[in-house]
Design a protein around this ligand. Structure first.
Ligand code: AHR
Length: 362
């Protein structure tokens, strides 16, 4: 770890110099505003976020900003990576130049972080990975990671589909699935795709195609339009997040088809991940989305707790995973057994206008 006492003295000196020179010292090298006078006793955190591709991401950004707020004793430097790793690497290098106390990284994809994380380590700045993971040669390049078990989420969806097909007497060969994937190379995409592929193999489902939808509604709609033209027998659409589900539903309805779980009578079933956005949960109650494995975005308080532990000289767990629910309106499946653990199915009662963002939990 770097010498924070020295840095504080240095920042006070820099601040005095800047005050003498003029108030133009308020812009940091990255263009973000840091008020050194007000923030000199605050914990400075540089947060490199993926972007704003989904409702999940926006809820995640809000949670981080709320937790690492000035009122909580933080000076947060927020950088939107706009889905590009190069932007995120540039942001981290700027945070290093700014001598922040902590770097929080929500990486867009897993690979390619070794060099810049080594630079942060050499500068003595602890790095907390949030949401997706980094694939690095040495885990000592980051301090800890908090996020979801994406493969477990996928296993829940696959198990739900398996139970449903069995209860409906639908043979595996009659299950014709397309997968609209997330951002290729992101941990959430890798885990969710793997969970589906493993299940398709194990249960002998017909996995027709897997196409990236980049976690966005617009791309997913475009992808689904193409898939409907290519395959006449699609009856399950596995969307790797809710925004993709919205896009797929738009395309299915525009093609004059009906979304729903009655696939024996020609409906196309849409299953998804996240459960953050009110509309998605409403769609579950209406049967437009048949089930959703929750992906909890509220990592702000968790990151705050990790920083507090580090500030207290403690060594937090290297990896922490969040508990997540599973939503469906189909009441004949009330629990799912995955890898020997039983998970309850939540039947959402959401009325229009009701918030369904998960509780803040540690
Ligand atoms: O990595 C988490 C995923 O990223 C969420 O499921 C998705 O909505 C987001 O864009």
């Amino acid at each position: 770890m770097k010498n924070r006492g020295f840095n504080k003295i240095k920042s006070i000196l820099v601040c005095m110099l800047c005050m003498l020179m003029w108030s133009g010292c308020n812009a940091s090298p990255g263009g973000e505003h840091i008020n050194t006078t007000a923030d000199e006793r605050k914990i400075v955190v540089g947060f490199s976020q993926v972007g704003a591709e989904s409702d999940w991401r926006n809820a995640n950004t809000e949670s981080m900003k709320n937790a690492l707020s000035s009122a909580n004793g933080y000076a947060l430097i927020y950088e939107d990576g706009q889905q590009k790793q190069a932007n995120q690497i540039r942001a981290i290098r700027t945070f290093i130049q700014q001598e922040v106390d902590y770097i929080v990284l929500a990486p867009v994809t897993e690979n390619g972080w070794d060099t810049v994380l080594q630079e942060a380590k050499d500068a003595g700045i602890p790095v907390i990975i949030v949401d997706r993971m980094v694939n690095v040669s040495d885990d000592a390049l980051f301090t800890c990671r908090v996020g979801s078990d994406f493969e477990l989420e996928a296993k829940k969806v696959a198990e739900w589909l398996n139970c449903y097909m069995e209860l409906q007497g639908i043979s595996p060969k009659e299950v014709h699935i397309v997968n609209i994937q997330g951002t290729l190379g992101a941990t959430s995409q890798i885990g969710r795709t793997k969970g589906l592929e493993d299940a398709a193999k194990a249960y002998d489902w017909d996995l027709l195609a897997e196409v990236p939808g980049d976690y966005t509604q617009a791309k997913s709609r475009e992808v689904m339009e193409g898939l409907l033209k290519q395959f006449a027998n699609i009856n399950v659409v596995y969307c790797e997040n809710d925004n993709e589900a919205f896009g797929a539903i738009e395309a299915i309805e525009a093609a004059g088809k009906t979304v729903g779980s009655d696939i024996k009578n020609g409906e196309i079933m849409v299953v998804s991940f996240d459960g953050v956005n009110e509309k998605a949960v409403q769609y579950v109650t209406e049967g437009k989305i048949t089930c959703i494995a929750e992906c909890n975005p509220l990592h702000g308080p968790r990151v705050q707790a990790l920083i507090e532990a580090l500030e207290a000289g403690e060594t937090p767990e290297k990896f922490s995973y969040v508990d997540e629910q599973f939503f469906s309106a189909y009441r004949d499946i009330s629990e799912l057994k995955v890898d020997g653990t039983v998970y309850p199915v939540t039947f959402p009662q959401t009325e229009e206008g009701t918030e369904c963002i998960p509780e803040e939990t540690e």
